[in-house]
Design a protein around this ligand. Structure first.
Ligand SMILES: Cc1ncc(COP(=O)(O)O)c(C=O)c1O
Length: 371
C-alpha cells in the first residue's frame, strides 16, 4: 500500500509527558509507592466527586475488582449474566467457583434483556451480573425489580460506563455494586486500573480489606483477600487524566456525531442507538452490518483492514462460545439468538480523542464505498 497511516480502533489518551513529571517528583520525595498513599486517597475523593457517587475503592484493574466485588457480597451458586461482553465478565465468576448462566440480550441496546431473566432463575441463583455494554445503561429499574422479587444481588460490570448518567444521576449508583475499568483503552485510563462503586462506608471497608490480602490491621487477617491495590503511579496519573477527561469525551461526541451523519443513508449499515441516557461517554462506535449492505461484516472488516483501518469485532466471539463456557446448557446458541446475530453483525469503528475529522471521513468513505 501507499504511505497511508494506519487507524486503530482506539488510541490511549495521554497528556503531555512533562505534565506528569511533578507528580513523579512528589512520589520520589515522599517514597510512598502504594498501600493507599496520598495520590490514591486524592483520586478516590476526586473520582467520587466527578462521578457523583459516595464511596469508591480503587483497584489495580477492572478484572480483580469484579472478582473482589463477588467476594465482598459472598456470591455463590449461579449468576445470571450476558454472553455479549468482554470475557472478563464471566471469568470473574469462574474465579469465584460460580456457574455463569447466560441470558440473551435486548435487540436494541444489546444489554441483558430483563424480560428473559426470570426464566433463568433457579434455587441456586444468587445474583445478576449485567454489563452496561458500550456505556449504554441497562434497564436498571426492571433488573432491580426482578432482583428485589427474588432476593438477588446485582453487580454491574460498568467497565464501559465511566461518567454515564441516566435521568436519576450516575448509572453507577444502581445495583449493589458497580465495577469500572481504567484500562488503557477506556475513556478514562490510569494505564491499568479499576474501581468498585460501593453504597456505604462499611462495604467499602470490607472491599478495601479484601483488596489488601484481607488485612484489617498489622496482625489481623479476616479473609483470603487478594492484592488488588492501585499503585501511587497509576493513581497520580489518574489525577492528571481527570483534568482532561471532559475535553476527551467532548471530542468523542463530535466523532460520534460525524459518523452518524456520514453513515445515515448507507443501506444495511445501522449505527447502534444509545439507550436514551442523559449523559453518554461515547466510548465505542458500534455499527451493525445488516443484510441490505453489499458485504457481510467480516468482508467489510477485511476491506477496512486492507486499507489500514483496524476496526474490531466487539463482541465476537460471544463469551458463551469460548471453550470454558460452551458446554454450559445456557451457552447453547438456540438460547441466545439475539446475541448470536449481533456478534455476526457488529463492528466497532475507530473512536478516540486524537482521531481527526479527515480520519473519520476516510473510515466512513470506505464503508460508503467511495474509496
Ligand atoms: C466489559 C468489560 N469487563 C471487564 C473488563 C476488564 O477490565 P480490565 O481490563 O481493567 O481488567 C473490560 C475491559 O478490559 C471490559 O470491557
Amino acid at each position: 500500500m501507499n504511505n497511508t497511516k494506519p487507524i486503530y480502533v482506539t488510541q490511549p489518551h495521554l497528556p503531555p509527558l512533562e505534565e506528569f513529571y511533578p507528580y513523579l517528583e512528589k512520589i520520589w520525595e515522599n517514597k510512598i509507592l502504594t498501600n493507599g498513599g496520598p495520590f490514591h486517597q486524592q483520586l478516590e475523593r476526586a473520582l467520587c466527586e466527578y462521578l457523583g457517587v459516595e464511596h469508591l475503592a480503587l483497584f489495580s484493574n477492572g478484572t480483580i475488582a469484579l472478582v473482589t466485588a463477588l467476594q465482598a457480597l459472598r456470591v455463590t451458586g449461579e449468576v445470571i449474566t450476558t454472553p455479549y461482553s468482554f470475557v472478563a465478565t464471566a471469568h470473574s465468576l469462574l474465579w469465584n467457583g460460580i456457574k455463569p448462566v447466560f441470558v440473551d440480550v435486548d435487540p436494541v441496546t444489546l444489554n441483558l434483556d430483563p424480560a428473559k431473566i426470570e426464566a433463568a432463575i433457579t434455587p441456586q441463583t444468587t445474583a445478576i451480573m449485567p454489563v452496561h455494554c458500550y456505556g449504554n445503561p441497562c434497564d436498571v429499574e426492571a433488573i432491580q425489580k426482578i432482583a428485589d422479587n427474588y432476593n438477588l444481588r446485582v453487580i454491574y460490570d460498568a467497565a464501559h460506563a465511566f461518567g454515564v448518567q441516566t435521568q436519576n444521576g450516575s448509572v453507577l449508583k444502581y445495583g449493589d455494586l458497580s465495577v469500572l475499568s481504567f484500562h488503557a483503552t477506556k475513556v478514562f485510563n490510569t494505564f491499568e486500573g479499576g474501581a468498585i462503586i460501593c453504597p456505604d462506608a462499611k462495604t467499602k471497608l470490607r472491599i478495601d480489606q479484601l483488596k489488601n490480602f484481607g488485612f484489617v490491621d498489622e496482625l489481623t487477617v479476616v479473609a483470603p483477600g487478594i492484592n488488588g491495590k492501585m499503585s501511587e503511579i497509576n493513581a497520580a496519573f489518574g489525577m492528571l487524566q481527570l483534568q482532561g477527561v471532559d475535553q476527551a469525551i467532548a471530542r468523542r461526541q463530535e466523532i460520534d456525531t460525524m459518523y452518524r451523519r456520514l453513515l445515515k443513508d448507507v443501506k444495511g449499515i445501522h449505527c447502534l442507538d444509545d439507550a436514551g441516557q442523559e449523559v453518554s461517554n461515547y466510548s465505542y462506535f458500534p455499527i451493525l452490518v445488516k443484510d441490505g449492505y453489499p458485504l457481510d461484516r467480516d468482508a467489510l472488516f477485511e476491506k477496512l483492514k486492507d486499507h489500514l483501518v483496524f476496526a474490531r469485532r466487539y463482541f465476537y466471539p460471544l463469551i458463551s462460545d469460548f471453550p470454558m463456557y460452551r458446554g454450559l446448557p445456557s451457552a447453547n446458541s438456540a438460547n441466545l439468538p439475539i446475541a448470536n446475530r449481533a456478534a455476526k453483525q457488529v463492528l466497532c469503528l475507530p473512536i478516540y480523542p486524537n482521531l481527526g475529522d479527515d480520519d473519520v471521513e476516510r473510515v466512513a468513505n470506505l464503508i460508503i464505498g467511495d474509496d
